[in-house]
Design a protein around this ligand. Structure first.
Ligand SMILES: *Cc1c(COP(=O)(O)O)cnc(C)c1O
Length: 369
């Protein structure tokens, strides 16, 4: 069956099963459990919840593995680090990975004696693998949208006895399946395009390794980074439209990238779908489409701010992947090796011509300051 069809039905009740297609969120901290707890499937809300179970079944279909849902992307990242790294281990981490992940590695992981080696997504990860326990990849990276070859790096890591984790947030499991490409773990912030409505935070980790899946569930139970049933239900409610949303958003992002690349007043357009992107061939091999994010440089802070002020449809906000187009001057947060005029643009589900027209008039209004 076509993958899009499988996603529309993933984790929903099967044809012929009575009741709603998707059961409502189950709100319960505790369950009636007389006698021996082992006699009861459901006991306490930090251990399990039927709303999570249905969502994780769906995520398993998307990832091709077992999935464990967490309260946010960072909770999922912390769990993936927590179940794989011990004192004395070496972590190879992208120097251009999501800023909060680098901060977590530099504070918590360094403090427990993990050695963190930073290598850019476009760098030579293989050279840093000697003695490594975990190779962490983020492709396309946020916000520079650099791409690395998951299959080739997973092979090199396996040959050296290292595990591979891929932060798949910018692509989502719809566009890219790291477990199929040889990764041990895939981590995702489901706050972004996977759920796509800018109304919740969630994350997940997926793996084909039974022992790691069990360790992730135990980590969640002990650390308490559990997802709320309402968030999980909203996420599952939005999953059947994932193929539709991303098809539209990726097609529009590709058109916007082409438009930006044609403007003489825009430098350095980053989009893996552009033939001039340095890793376009790799992206074409491992991604189904090139994502919802386009980044570009307007040179100066003043010009980027004038551009954002002049937009009339596109909102100025952080995050990405949602049905509403948003943009932000990324350097306002600090922590990334980008210029003051660098704009990260997330393309939504509006008609592409309206998004492009808004960008055109805002670029014209921003002028050449
Ligand atoms: C947003 C993001 C995260 C963190 O996810 P939250 O849901 O905000 O905790 C991790 N990695 C990447 C690449 C992200 O963009």
């Amino acid at each position: 069956m076509h993958r899009d069809t499988l996603i529309v039905h993933a984790g929903y009740r099967r044809r012929g099963e009575p009741g709603p297609f998707l059961a409502g969120p189950q709100f319960s901290s505790t369950y009636t459990t007389p006698g021996d707890p082992a006699d009861h499937a459901l006991t306490y809300g930090r251990f399990h919840n039927p709303t999570w179970t249905a969502w994780e079944e769906a995520l398993g279909v998307l990832e091709g593995g077992q999935a464990v849902s967490f309260a946010s992307g960072m909770a999922a990242v912390a769990a993936a680090f927590g179940v794989t790294l011990r004192r004395g281990d070496v972590l190879v981490l992208p120097a251009d990975s999501y800023y909060a992940i680098r901060r977590l590695a530099a504070t918590w992981l360094e403090s427990i004696g993990v050695d963190v080696r930073l290598v850019p997504t476009r760098g030579d990860q293989a050279a840093a693998l000697e003695g490594a326990r975990l190779l962490w990849l983020e492709t396309p990276s946020n916000p520079l949208l650099d791409v690395c070859d998951i299959r080739a790096l997973a092979e090199q890591a396996r040959a050296r006895g290292a595990l591979v984790a891929v932060d798949n947030t910018t692509a989502t499991a719809y566009l890219q399946q790291p477990l199929e490409l040889g990764a041990t773990l895939v981590v995702s912030s489901d706050t972004k395009a996977l759920t796509g409505h800018s109304d919740l935070l969630l994350g997940h980790v997926a793996t084909r390794d039974e022992a790691l899946a069990a360790a992730l569930r135990t980590w969640r139970t002990h650390h308490g980074a559990i997802p709320g049933p309402m968030e999980v239900w909203l996420a599952h409610r939005s999953l059947p439209t994932l193929p539709l949303r991303l098809s539209r958003q990726c097609a529009s992002a590709a058109r916007l990238a082409e438009f930006l690349a044609s403007r003489v007043d825009v430098s350095a357009v980053h989009y893996p779908g552009l033939p001039q992107h340095p890793a376009h061939a790799t992206a074409r091999r491992q991604m189904r489409a090139f994502g919802t994010l386009v980044s570009f440089d307007l040179g100066t802070r003043a010009r980027a701010e004038a551009f954002l002020r002049a937009l009339t449809l596109v909102r100025e906000a952080t995050s990405f992947g949602g049905v509403h187009s948003i943009a932000e001057r990324r350097a306002r947060w600090g922590g990334d090796a980008i210029g003051e005029g660098f704009v990260r643009f997330s393309v939504g589900c509006e008609a592409a011509e309206d998004v492009i027209e808004d960008v055109r008039q805002a670029l014209d209004a921003a002028g050449a300051q």
